[in-house]
Write a protein that binds this ligand. Structure first.
Ligand SMILES: [Zn+2]
Length: 512
């Protein structure tokens, strides 16, 4: 079977959203099913239809080894482009033409009905994404890619729930879902508008060019009315495992710099990109001032997010994926509403680095935590004996771990845990490390882009509530957006409830 080179990571990600995960059954199902992407002339010719097909192809190719691309009318010229795109992500992917395969699950763009065991029609009208199992949705011809991008993510989530209906808790599909990325409401409450002819988003910092950052940039690159400056901050290169959910990344980008991929993607747009290959802390230090107007946060950890909030930007837009949901949140620092740190304060006792690493390496007991602490402190190579011990307790492949024996513990942990060598033996079960599905990270990133565009001057009249939450492992619910106030019960006091911090914030952003 033509599984992608980064398939281990895809399997790990699936294991976290399926119950009683069985790796063999999972692969067997993938070897049987053909996922079809079908489109008619209206889908192929409309700008939003092209965006939806592009995103759908990028998402489908990262998991499914057998696909069909079926033009229902028109020239079908897009078929070749979509096939090339999918092969650039998984060179081994099997691509069938019309008639070569039975259509099990089909994602359909356009206004033409199709015939398959399971049909998922996706479409969009500017800011509004539309997904249905009953009738074609049609795609608008605006130059707003946000509704189309979101529709492709929600549609691909429906494909996953349909293909693995026996193994997910809520396999029901979206019969008729609409989500507005302008006011972040659903159904009849969806707001919509034309994109103004020129939208200046000003200077925005994008912190994190990972899975969410990739989808953010995918959307920005397809919004020609947009101008502004983007400082992209990420210190890491792309690893092969990242391809499981980085929508911009193809096989050829393995080992490339994440921020350079962003810069090259936006090169022909009205957005001026400055790549910063460093962490947020390094960026703040290097830039020499602490006045940030609009910061888009696409980071992985609570600690990193609290660090961004601690530098007191005027406005923060935050996107996340976690077990159970994904979303976007909007923050100032003053007023009654939660700041970003409020959402990420630890509810219980914060665990230390040595406790976390010891647990990840399956080193149980107080003596092992002390030993881990000492190894972190001394920073010497972990050595062969340690590697053999870890491989035995974690039931991991000793040969793949021995390659890292000359590294100190922190680096060893990064290669062994984050590089997947240990989790491989466990198929991801029981791990703390969350690996979202590609469609989850992609929707979070498209929503983050929408929030940054919508909050630019002259675009949206009314700001939505603090937080928008979507769980793509079930139907889109009626309400996705709500307010969150400061002082969440049961949590530690936040910096935004402290008068000294408030004074600093007001000193920066209030005109005298
Ligand atoms: Zn707060």
């Amino acid at each position: 079977m033509a599984l992608a080179p980064f398939f281990d990571r895809a399997r790990q990600s699936a294991s976290q959203v399926m119950r009683h995960f069985d790796a063999q059954a999972f692969e067997r199902r993938l070897s049987e099913v053909v996922v079809t992407i079908a489109f008619d002339a209206t889908g192929e010719e409309s700008i939003e239809g092209q965006c939806a097909l592009d995103m759908a192809a990028r998402l489908v190719a990262r998991l499914y080894p057998r696909v069909a691309i079926v033009p229902l009318s028109g020239t079908g010229e897009l078929s070749g482009q979509l096939a090339d795109l999918m092969r650039s992500i998984n060179p081994e992917i099997e691509i069938f033409a019309e008639g070569d395969a039975r259509h099990g699950v089909a994602l359909v763009v356009g206004t033409t009905a199709f015939n398959a065991d399971t049909l998922i029609y996706i479409g969009s009208d500017r800011w509004v994404a539309s997904v249905s199992t009953t009738a074609p949705r049609g795609s608008g011809n605006s130059n707003n890619p946000l509704g189309a991008g979101a529709a492709a993510c929600i549609g691909t989530a429906n494909v996953f729930r349909a293909v693995f209906a026996d193994c997910v808790d809520r396999p029901e599909l979206d019969q008729d879902a609409r989500l507005s990325l302008l006011n972040f409401e659903t159904g009849s409450r969806c707001a919509n508008a034309d994109m103004p002819r020129a939208v200046d988003m000003g200077l925005v910092q994008l912190v994190g060019a990972g899975a969410i950052g990739n989808a953010f940039v995918w959307a920005m690159a397809r919004a020609p009315n947009l101008t502004g400056t983007l400082h992209v901050i990420d210190h890491e290169p792309i690893e092969m495992t990242n391809l499981q959910r980085y929508v911009l990344a193809c096989i050829k980008h393995d080992k490339a710099s994440k921020v350079e991929l962003v810069a090259s993607t936006l090169a022909q747009t009205g957005i001026v990109v400055h790549p910063f290959r460093c962490t947020w802390a390094g960026y703040v230090q290097g830039i020499g001032h602490h006045r940030f107007e609009r910061v888009a946060v696409a980071l992985d950890t609570a600690r990193d997010r609290i660090q961004v909030q601690s530098s007191l930007p005027h406005r923060i837009y935050n996107a996340w994926t976690q077990t159970g949901d994904l979303g976007v949140s909007r923050h100032a620092f003053d007023g009654n509403h939660a700041c970003l740190a409020c959402l990420y304060l630890p509810a219980g006792k914060r665990r230390s680095e040595d406790e976390i690493i010891a647990e990840e390496l399956r080193l149980i007991g107080k003596a092992n935590i002390e030993r881990t602490r000492a190894m972190l402190y001394h920073g010497e190579p972990v050595g062969e004996a340690f590697v053999r011990e870890i491989a035995a307790t974690a039931e991991a492949d000793v040969d793949s771990l021995l390659a890292f024996a000359s590294l100190p513990l922190r680096a060893f942990r990064q290669r062994a845990i984050c590089g997947n060598a240990i989790l491989k033996a466990h198929d991801g079960n029981g791990s703390d490390i969350q690996v979202p599905m590609a469609f989850q990270s992609a929707l979070a990133g498209v929503m983050l882009a929408a929030e940054v565009v919508a909050s630019s001057p002259g675009v949206r009249a009314t700001k939505p509530g603090t937080r928008t939450v979507v769980d793509l492992m079930r139907r889109v619910p009626s309400y996705v957006t709500s307010e969150v106030l400061k002082g969440i019960p049961g949590q530690a006091r936040c910096i935004c409830e402290d008068a000294v911090w408030q004074d600093i914030y007001h000193g920066k952003f209030t005109m005298a």
